[in-house]
Design a protein around this ligand. Structure first.
Ligand SMILES: [Fe+2]
Length: 199
């Protein structure tokens, strides 16, 4: 059962990835995937995701359904614990790995993550070694990058972050669900950037 749920989520991710020109250009979807065991971890954000009716109706609803099914098996992470970011953020920020540490699959060539933010949440400036490409699966959010104009993106739209480029994002009235891929250095998790605002 658990493998079926992971395989279904992977198939949905592959469809999103290969069906999007920017994501495909960023990184070829891996053909060297190996399944791995996951120790599940549930968070308040996972509950918010499962109950969030504002994410319905996107063209990518199959991905959302597959994630709902996989949620009890997934390792929802608490990023930025002990950083002073605040309990409200820790409780509402949803993040889990699909390909990589804590995810249902491993690949030496690409990492893949899933991010969920409910409405009205600010994800402050952070950076990481890996280069990154986001695809908005459902909902919308405003994205901020050091040295680039802010953009609001909705379902089907993408954005890239360079190696160690500080970036941030926030939701307004709508939640957001994103599929994220990393290349070149995905063994290191994101860290909060020291400056409060890079705009
Ligand atoms: Fe990032």
């Amino acid at each position: 059962m658990s493998r079926t749920a992971w395989n279904n989520l992977l198939a949905e991710a592959r469809n999103l990835h290969t069906g999007n020109a920017a994501m495909s250009a960023f990184c070829t979807f891996p053909t060297d995937l190996t399944p791995q065991e996951v120790t599940p971890h549930h968070t308040p954000a996972a509950d918010l995701f499962q109950a969030d009716q504002e994410l319905t109706g996107s063209p990518n609803d199959g991905f959302r359904h597959a994630l709902i099914t996989a949620t009890p098996l997934a390792q929802w992470q608490v990023l930025y614990k002990d950083t002073g970011i605040g309990q409200d953020f820790l409780d509402r920020f949803g993040f889990l790995c699909l390909i990589g540490d804590g995810g249902g699959f491993h690949s030496p060539t690409m990492g893949a993550w899933i991010l969920y933010m409910p409405a009205n949440l600010h994800y402050t400036w952070h950076h990481h070694i890996a280069e990154e490409a986001y695809l908005v699966v459902a909902g919308s959010a405003r994205f901020f990058r050091h040295g680039k104009p802010d953009v609001t993106l909705s379902a089907g739209q993408t954005i890239q972050h360079d190696r160690n480029q500080p970036h941030a994002m926030e939701t307004g009235d709508s939640p957001v669900l994103c599929y994220i891929t990393w290349r070149n250095g995905f063994d290191h998790l994101p860290v909060l950037s020291q400056a409060k605002d890079f705009r």
